[in-house]
Design a protein around this ligand. Structure first.
Ligand code: PMP
Length: 444
């Protein structure tokens, strides 16, 4: 039977009905338990039954569910802004709350434009992002994103103000024998050239995910890459916007992924883990410099959404910080992530069809290849990623496989982003079930 509320990729019969959660497990209507090794899409960082998160919802709904930001501010939104400003790198001391990642990125792109206009730099409207990146599905964020498959059919509607440079991907694009130094110099030079070719006085911002998520599967930057890219941005008066919607909120072992890169950007977008799946929320962290320019200029960011600073969502955001920082759950991420990585390496390190095992913290990816020597991806027509996902679900494992683009620019990969509360036994389950799913899905 067709489901009335989703578009026809799935029929009701295809999908189990989720009815409950228990720690890192989701439970379906038949009582079957699925180990959530991807947090949905890297969302459920604290699992599915966290008592503090549940209490935050109950307490807040009893007090106040909603108040529009043009009439009121609220305690939960003020508190969450204060705490995020305190915890974020550099002078990111202003916070703009939205309902998710795409809204956070739309806000960033528009704020970059408005900042330059209020500075009298009226021409600065172009955005440079990277291929093989994802910044959301609304038209502005999609235009910035460099996922060719997601862009393809909407291309005529995408913004011509968006331009793209190469990804930073050691496995796929660092030449054999090329040092990290030479590779990152090459990428920084490409950005520099692109800015100059476009006209540096016309470029507003450079946008990147510190660790690439949905498009490529947890691709970390090569050492020194972001410092060099930031230096190029500064040289040309171009803002640096980091999209930490997926890799932020502790996922890589530090609250912000960019802390490990030693850069403090002009804006950071976060979402997913900020609400931990309990509430939809995103936020844009903004530097004092940008805020002050607008405050002394028009005094108004010409943008907005109905649910800005939603008290329920902000209350959960505060509870997430209580858990991550207050209860120190964040400190688990790096060691458990390392444990998971080692378990994956032990199991798949010599696998003929696993080309790369990568990532940071509890944000890990496996790239699947038809041939390890040539790194040749599988034929997209095989639909390998889809098969792995389906088989993993049958095994009681949620993982996030993607792949098979129309132009074959990337291969199939599996993204793992389990909740930060997993224990040893869950690591063993992830590796065993993933192996079964991959083995059963590979072409014979
Ligand atoms: N940016 C990144 C890096 C993402 O991974 C995502 C979601 N996968 C988004 C933006 C868009 O977020 P949302 O789906 O909440 O709009």
């Amino acid at each position: 039977m067709k489901s009335r509320y989703v578009f026809p990729r799935h029929t009701k019969a295809d999908l189990p009905i989720a009815v409950g959660g228990d720690g890192p497990f989701l439970i379906d209507a038949d009582g079957k338990r699925y180990l959530d090794a991807c947090g949905g899409a890297a969302v459920s960082c604290l699992g599915h039954s966290d008592e503090k998160l549940k209490a935050a919802v109950h307490e807040q709904v009893d007090k106040l569910a909603y108040a529009h930001t043009s009439f009121f501010t609220t305690d939960p939104s003020e508190e969450l802004a204060e705490r995020l400003a305190e915890l974020s790198p550099g002078d990111l001391n202003r916070v703009y709350f939205v309902s998710g990642g795409s809204e956070a990125m739309e806000s960033a792109l528009k704020l970059a434009r408005q900042f330059h206009m209020e500075n009298g730099q009226l021409e600065r409207a172009k955005i440079i992002a990277r291929w093989q990146s994802y910044h959301g599905n609304t038209l502005g964020a999609l235009s910035a994103g460099g996922n060719r498959w997601r862009r393809a059919q909407f291309e005529p509607m995408l913004s011509p103000a968006m331009h793209h440079v190469s990804q930073c991907n050691a496995y796929r694009s660092q030449a054999a024998g090329e040092s990290d130094e030479a590779y990152t110099d090459r990428l920084a030079q490409e950005l520099d050239d692109t800015i100059q070719n476009l006209g540096s006085e016309t470029v507003a911002a450079f946008v990147a995910e510190p660790v690439v998520g949905a498009t490529m599967g947890a691709v970390p930057p090569v050492a020194g890459y972001f410092r060099k890219m930031h230096a190029v941005c500064k040289k040309h008066g171009v803002l640096l916007i980091l999209d930490e919607v997926m890799c932020g909120m502790g996922r890589t072992g530090t609250l912000f992924a960019c802390e490990q890169e030693g850069v403090a950007p002009d804006m950071i977008a976060i979402a997913k883990g900020l609400g931990a799946g309990v509430q939809p929320i995103g936020a844009l962290l903004v530097s004092d410099r940008i805020y002050d320019t607008i405050e002394t200029g028009s005094g108004f960011f010409q943008h907005g959404h109905t649910y800005l600073g939603h008290p329920m969502a902000c209350a959960v955001g505060n509870a997430v910080l209580d858990r991550l920082v207050g209860d120190d759950v964040l400190a688990r991420v790096a060691p458990i992530g390392e444990q998971l990585r080692q378990a994956l390496t032990a199991r798949f390190g010599n696998h003929p069809n696993v080309g790369d095992i990568r990532g940071r913290g509890l944000f890990l990816g496996l790239e699947l290849v038809a041939d390890r020597g040539t790194k040749e991806p599988f034929d997209p027509k095989l639909g390998l990623a889809g098969k792995i996902k389906k088989r993993a679900m049958a095994e009681g494992l949620m993982c996030y496989p993607m792949g098979g683009t129309i132009d074959g620019e990337r291969g199939d990969h599996v993204l793992l982003a389990p909740p930060f509360i997993i224990e040893d036994e869950h690591i063993a389950m992830i590796v065993d079930r993933l192996e079964t799913a991959i083995t059963a899905s590979l072409p014979q």
